[in-house]
Design a protein. Structure first.
Length: 78
């Protein structure tokens, strides 16, 4: 399974380009609109642990970057 994420700007508004990532097969699929942090299979942060928004869920992707695990998050979290 693949997810499409969007990064936030300095004003915490999600916009701009989207990126596809492959979910680890053990991961629960996050809901569209959820805020997450991405980690690799060894639980090291990807993109410095920046919070991203899940904007789409796909069965396949030709542009997927890497396999990730998901840590649920929120914008209120520091």
């Amino acid at each position: 399974m693949f997810i499409t994420v969007q990064f936030k700007d300095k004003n915490k508004i999600f916009r701009g380009k989207t990126y596809d990532y492959e979910l680890n097969e053990e991961e629960k699929i996050p809901e569209k609109g959820s805020i997450i942090r991405m980690v690799d299979n060894n639980y090291n942060y990807i993109c410095y642990g920046t919070r991203v928004k899940v904007v789409d869920i796909k069965e396949c992707s030709v542009t997927a970057r890497t396999q990730i695990r998901v840590i649920p998050s929120s914008l209120e979290e520091s």
